[in-house]
Ligand binder design. Structure first.
Ligand code: NAP
Length: 295
């Protein structure tokens, strides 16, 4: 079956904006919808059709890609007023790239199956810069043959597609990867706070990590500027990682598994969120560790 070329993209936030732009650059016919209309303007300038509603987008697309915040946002664009699902017909495809819960993703897969719509569960690993440079790692759940069929499209957005198994395996894998990212971030923040408390420059931490080939991790370099400058422009907003930590803990609890470090990290992130830092990059947890020291 040929690859569908009429792509409808929903969700032009930090990630979606960069991903959709790469699809345009790769030559796909892209139409867009975003709740906040201003964010669609640059796409109109690129020659994309802008849909007034998700339902209108469904009529101009063979494949819809969603990159929205969470299950509530997905529900709103799918089944809310003028949602895309009722306007989407049999034979079309839905690729979800947002990080949703495994349970919600299973329900999406079942809903699509019943309606004759192909569903791919494709959350991504990689943040804003990886999205901009089409270097995301796409964690693919769904039928293996379908993932293979859509791989040329997925490869326009990322450098690798890791096949995880039937849906919601892409989402299940995404939670495992984000567990590591959440812990690495808080480890960096706590190390920086401890260095400061001992009158050491946190810069020395990064210098040491860089010189140690076993610890020289690209993620640390990516977050160095935030940690040292104590400025947190959002690449991965804290509110999204807090949502993901909730999903991790819920999945673990369902299986009688304890994740004590993740639970502690979630608590720290919740404190940061409650301090009003939800829209900042998740490195902002450092603020909650160091601010009391200054009082
Ligand atoms: P973001 O910048 O906050 O963008 C969220 C998008 O969802 C926006 O387009 C927003 O529309 C839309 N949205 C939110 N609530 C909505 C609603 N009720 N109805 C309709 N649209 C709604 O988030 P992001 O960083 O791009 O992340 C998107 C997803 O990817 C999340 O699930 C996140 O966990 C995941 N993710 C993020 C990263 C990262 O590094 N940022 C990396 C991997 C995965 P408006 O523009 O109108 O607000």
């Amino acid at each position: 079956m040929p690859l569908p070329t009429r792509i409808g993209f929903i969700g032009l936030g930090i990630m979606g904006r960069a991903i959709a732009a790469n699809l345009v650059k790769a030559g796909f016919q892209v139409s867009v919808y975003n709740r906040t209309r201003e964010k669609t303007m640059e796409f109109a300038d690129m020659g994309c059709q802008v849909a007034a509603t998700p339902g209108a987008l469904a009529k101009m697309s063979d494949t819809i890609i969603t990159m929205v915040s969470d299950p509530a946002a997905m529900q709103a664009v799918m089944d809310g007023p003028d949602g895309f699902f009722p306007a989407f017909s049999e034979g079309k495809a839905l690729i979800n790239m947002s990080t949703l819960s495994p349970d919600y993703t299973s329900s999406l897969a079942a809903k699509c199956l019943a309606a004759g719509i192909t569903f791919l569960d494709c959350p991504v690993s990689g943040s804003k810069s990886a999205a901009e440079n089409a270097q995301l790692v796409i964690l693919a759940g769904g039928e293996k043959m379908t993932v293979g069929r859509f791989t040329p499209l997925l490869k326009a957005m990322g450098n690798a597609v890791v096949y995880a198994g039937p849906a919601p395996a892409g989402t299940a894998l995404k939670l495992c990867i984000n567990l590591i990212v959440a812990q690495l971030t808080t480890a960096l923040a706590e190390a920086a706070a401890l260095a400061e408390a001992q009158d050491l420059s946190p810069e020395l931490i990064f210098e040491t990590l860089k010189e140690n080939s076993a610890l020289n991790c690209g993620y640390f370099s990516l977050k160095k500027k935030n940690i040292l400058g104590k400025e947190y422009p959002p690449a991965f907003p804290l509110k999204h990682m807090l949502k993901d930590a909730g999903f991790m803990l819920a999945e673990a609890a369902k299986r009688g598994l304890e994740l004590p470090v993740t639970a502690a990290v979630e608590k720290l992130m919740a404190k940061s969120y409650n301090s009003g830092y939800g829209d900042k990059d998740l490195t902002v947890v450092l603020a909650n560790l160091t601010e009391p020291l200054r009082r």
